[in-house]
Design a binder for this molecule. Structure first.
Ligand SMILES: [Zn+2]
Ligand SMILES: [Zn+2]
Length: 162
């Protein structure tokens, strides 16, 4: 008689059904793992939270989250910068705190809100976002662009026309 290991068959089936694209595949496998082990997963997250909190209080927990968030944001900037350079596309600003990732087609805020968290959004940018849809702008140029062309651009157009 064949020994049947409970859970193994279903798992095999799941794996065959996963998408072949490597990023989507990893996501699906991770999600399926999380779904199957939801209780342990939540318990571990809770334990981690309590351990960090015990070690350094809520402030330390928040700081860790902020650091992780900053790293992901940097990874997103670096990925986009590898294509476009870490400078504002419009004015050449290069100081990192001034720089933002800009959605080329507009609707960036709406798109960002469709993610559960800012961190999730930057994760997406750092891994799978289509690079031709994003560029780096400084906050000034980014905001100016909401009401039509950036003043820098208008000045350039004027200079070219003269
Ligand atoms: Zn700029
Ligand atoms: Zn500008």
């Amino acid at each position: 008689m064949k020994t049947r290991v409970i859970g193994q068959d279903t798992q095999k089936q799941d794996i065959a059904a996963y998408p072949s694209d490597p990023i989507a595949r990893k996501k699906a496998i991770d999600k399926s793992y999380r779904d199957r082990n939801k209780e342990q997963y939540n318990a571990r997250a809770r334990q981690y939270y309590l351990a960090v909190k015990r070690a350094g209080g809520q402030e330390a927990y928040n700081r860790r989250n902020r650091e992780q968030y900053a790293r992901t944001r940097d990874a997103a900037l670096i990925r986009i910068a590898a294509t476009y350079g870490v400078v504002c596309r419009c004015c050449g600003e290069f100081r990192k705190p001034f720089l933002a990732i800009h959605h080329v087609d507009g609707g960036g805020n709406k798109h960002r809100r469709s993610f559960k968290s800012q961190h999730g959004y930057y994760k997406y940018l750092a891994t799978e976002a289509p690079l031709d849809k994003f560029q780096i702008l400084c906050h000034n140029c980014n905001i100016a662009k909401c009401d039509g062309p950036c003043p820098h651009e208008l000045e350039r157009m004027k200079a070219e026309a003269a």
